[in-house]
Design a protein. Sequence first.
Length: 295
Amino acid sequence: MTAIRNRYEFVILFDVENGNPNGDPDAGNMPRIDPESGYGLVTDVCLKRKIRNYMETVKEDAPGYRIYIKDGVPLNRSDREACDYVGVDPEKLKDEKKKNENLDEKIRNFMCSNFYDIRTFGAVMTTFTKGALNCGQVRGPVQLGFARSVDPILPQEITITRVAITTEADADKKGTEMGRKYIVPYALYRCEGFVSANLARKVTGFSEEDLQLLWQAILNMFEYDHSAARGKMTVRELVVFKHDSELGCASSHKLFELVKAEKKKDVAAPRSYNDYVVTVDDTHVPQGVTCTRMA
């Protein structure tokens, strides 16, 4: 497959209703929040996990579309596959690299061609088996920033009960057990991302087919990830800016500023996507850049 030839920037707008989009383990799993401003946060790692899970669901480990960072699969197991491919004992990989300067490139190409998430996001593959197994590092062409809520959020702590008692001893004393969960009643989040055609060509071989799958995965990343904890989460819009060249025709921040999501004037506390107005200023899109809105 031929690597993409155009640079891209994109904006993702997604919302959550009565759920916890990304719990903070340092705060009792409370929704992540910027303590100074009150705006909600969702990490890039969280969103990449959703994209990986979607790809794993729809591709089911098809050749070239496996997932490297995967639940229940140690990284070293996948790393050893690269060693088997180049015919090197993992225990002797470090010494073999000194003898063969092309070995790093062969291993990198194997990992990129077999694992979609490495080809897309890159990976740190410097794991260890007796200090020897090191498949290197790959800088991926697709990068996401943290998502931030359009308005400040006010997480709520909800008390819940259950009638199932854990132990026989407790069953003699009580009829219910108590618990707590955090929710955000409603919030609209915005995430900004980048696709580098230069890195795709030079490093991972991220292709046009890979790119179309990425857009599909972003639009549907919450569709197969529903849970009681996350509530109702939906990608509302994906705005894509395509440059006519590999290195781009305009600064990314100027493109991001063209996309605005604003609360309607008569709305005090947003509780749905319809409480916002989303606009893209098409009249100020720079020459050499095209804008596409996907929903």
